[in-house]
Design a protein around this ligand. Structure first.
Ligand SMILES: Nc1ncnc2c1ncn2[C@@H]1O[C@H](COP(=O)(O)OP(=O)(O)OP(=O)(O)O)[C@@H](O)[C@H]1O
Ligand SMILES: O=P(O)(O)OC[C@@]1(O)O[C@H](CO)[C@@H](O)[C@@H]1O
Length: 304
């Protein structure tokens, strides 16, 4: 079974303001709400790729209820731990360029922390847990590594999509996959990563620290997949980027969906990148049909 864990979900509030002026009253054009948070996005794209998952994490208040109702309408199994504070609202301002304001997230009391940990203790060998997104400020930075450690002891695999120390501390538990973008892997290794070669070099350093597979996404420049046996480079299709929110999560979901169905690393990477680009080219997360249309435009090269 696949689980996604979003410790810090959100309602993503997308606001279109064509001629945004700082310090003035701006009138919004189109506005939209979506359930957000990286694990939730992964679950939504998995569902569109006919792959079942259970979404766990913390949800609270009217915003938490909105997210859970939305997931229910999309027939996604969710088992959130309820907290009393409201789940955050993240503002995604579309003004020609994208500006994001993400909330810190609610207070998570110790009792609810333990309840979530107990859910993760139920995982078994063969299960896969995706830990994705930021950690609310009331939780310790090592919360992900604690969950990753529990999975490791149970024989369940982990996919980690977060940044900095929270990510680094999970390496001791040999995550199956991490998917930093090129800025994030650069920050982690205190270097600048802007080319495919630099991404591969950096990813190999993380294999040495225990990670089994690293996908580095380089936005419009493509993506690489590196593990101990293979180095793959994927090109991305060209198109108009409408909304990059969730593009990285779609790469993770597409990859997992294909890989868990038994496809090769090449085809799983192709599926991941097609989902990422299809999301970037659409307003909400991609549909399977949108991603499939792009498959043929993605070139996968074995470069190591
Ligand atoms: N300009 C683009 N053209 C085509 N595809 C793109 C473009 N930008 C992003 N993508 C798609 O989105 C994927 C993820 O992009 P990116 O490297 O920006 O990751 P990210 O920063 O994790 O994404 P997110 O915007 O979700 O935070 C890429 O692998 C690609 O498939
Ligand atoms: O603040 P975090 O947890 O790092 O990121 C949260 C977020 O920006 O990530 C998703 C896109 O990847 C959005 O749905 C959501 O608003």
């Amino acid at each position: 079974m696949i689980y996604t864990c979003t410790l810090n979900p959100s309602i993503d509030y997308l606001i279109q303001v064509d001629d945004f002026k700082l310090g003035a009253l701006n009138r919004a054009g189109r506005t939209q709400f979506f359930p957000g948070g990286k694990g939730i996005n992964v679950s939504r794209v998995l569902k569109r790729f006919d792959t079942e998952s259970t979404a766990i994490g913390f949800a609270g208040g009217f915003t938490g209820e909105y997210i859970q109702n939305f997931l229910q309408k999309e027939n996604i199994t969710a088992d959130f731990t309820e907290v009393s504070d409201d789940t955050r609202i993240n503002v995604k301002l579309k003004t020609g360029i994208e500006t994001e304001i993400n909330g810190a997230g609610p207070e998570i009391p110790a009792e609810q922390q333990e309840q979530l940990i107990d859910k993760v203790r139920q995982l078994e060998k063969g299960d896969l847990l995706v830990l994705a997104g930021s950690i609310p400020s009331s939780l310790p930075a090592h919360f992900y590594s604690r969950l990753a450690g529990i999975c490791r002891s149970a024989g369940a695999e982990t996919v980690i999509d977060t940044t900095g120390r929270a990510l680094e501390e999970t390496f001791q538990y040999e995550p199956f996959l991490i998917k930093p973008n090129h800025h994030e892997i650069g920050e982690l290794l205190k270097t600048k990563v802007s080319s495919v070669n630099e991404a591969v070099y950096s990813a190999k350093k993380l294999l040495d620290r225990g990670v089994q597979n690293v996908i580095v996404s380089l936005a419009g420049e493509g993506a690489v997949l590196v593990n101990k046996d293979i180095v793959l480079k994927a090109s991305v299709p060209s198109g108009e980027v409408k909304n990059s929110v969730g593009a990285g999560d779609s790469v993770v979901a597409g990859f997992i969906s294909a890989y868990t169905k038994g496809l090769s690393f090449e085809e799983a990477l192709r599926t991941g990148v097609s989902a990422g680009s299809a999301t970037a080219f659409s307003e909400d997360l991609c549909t399977k049909a949108e991603a499939e249309k792009l498959r043929g435009d993605i070139k996968i090269e074995k470069i190591g």
